[in-house]
Write a protein that binds this ligand. Sequence first.
Ligand code: HGY
Ligand code: MN
Ligand code: MN
Length: 402
Amino acid sequence: MLNPERFLADLHHLRSFGASGVGKGVVRPAYSDADVAARTWLAGRMRDAGLRVACDEMGNLFGLADGPSLLLGSHSDSQPEGGWLDGALGVISALEVARAAKESGGPPVSVVSFQDEEGRFGVTTGSAVWSGQLSLADADGLQDHSGMPLAEARGAMRHLVTGPVDSAQFRGFIEMHIEQGPALDTAGEQIGVVTDIVGIRDMNITFTGQQNHAGTTPMHLRQDAFQAVSAFNTTLNYRFRNVVTPQTVWTIGHISLHPNASSIVPGRAVFSMQWRDADQDRLARMEEIIRDTAQATAGDLGMQVSFGRLLGLDPVAMDSTLRGALEQAAGTVAPDRWRRMPSGALHDATNVSRLMPVAMLFVPSIGGISHAFEEDTAEVDLVAGLRVLDAAVRNSAGGTRG
Ligand code: HGY
Ligand code: MN
Ligand code: MN
């Protein structure tokens, strides 16, 4: 029997790994001690639920049912400052639905917690490798902001690794997640059934000028790398205006100045440029504008610019059969309090859609806040989501593939 109390207890237990001490927030980046401890605990909970534990070289952790099954899950790593539900909700709801199905003779359900969804090293790195979007060799070459290579970081999970996990055993994938935006909360609704997931592009850009003394170097002789970033950003916002829509987003979320000292004109600035949109052509057009603007800015200021590797995922639509099962379940659990909606956040489901039919459902985020310690959702909404997921699994038994 589906057990909401057991589900909530596990969800709260998971946030004890890497608890930030601020609200319910967590600090559990991929392969950190807290992440590895959480995955070791999860492996035990999967085993207790009667699932066979498997873990691939990347650290994607699976609890497998016997025979063909539906795969449910999400990720249990967090942003450097993360909320307790982002990813965790999808993993623990999957565990509860799989456990209840085992107990009551329901359809076979497997569980996954993908590794590095939050992109310490790339973009949804674990599911990107599992789905074949990215080779393990290429992933191993990725580095985090401190210069640590993924090849080294993933050594922290060696004790859990069992080998490759064959995707052919899964009939489809459903990921439950918090919305991470304001739509459901503002409307007082409980469930969002996702129609599609936007695409993303992410690239590091480096301006190189001349490091110099901040007291003696006249302004007109400086080659200040921070001034280049500032000018680039202003020009970019202006040049985007005829290309973007109100749904398009772009972010400079990480910047590193060298040598980052008050009395030194910075000689180098490395920063992340990320942009997201549902239209692939628009993403490509934005890339042209970004490269062009950065080159023009460097030229104007007498500096050098270089571009890092372009990472990204294309927009994807959800599978109509699995989505229909979620819509039917939402109509029963939350009549008149659900909607269809796109996902502006990225999810592992995008990568998994290369392998099998995928669908997603959302529950509200209070105040639309996520990627912050304050992230939260009313327990009644968490449980409504769990019930929709469970009902959808039962609705789609017999299912979609194979
Ligand atoms: O950034 C994202 O959309 C996801 O939460 N990693
Ligand atoms: Mn997430
Ligand atoms: Mn996230």
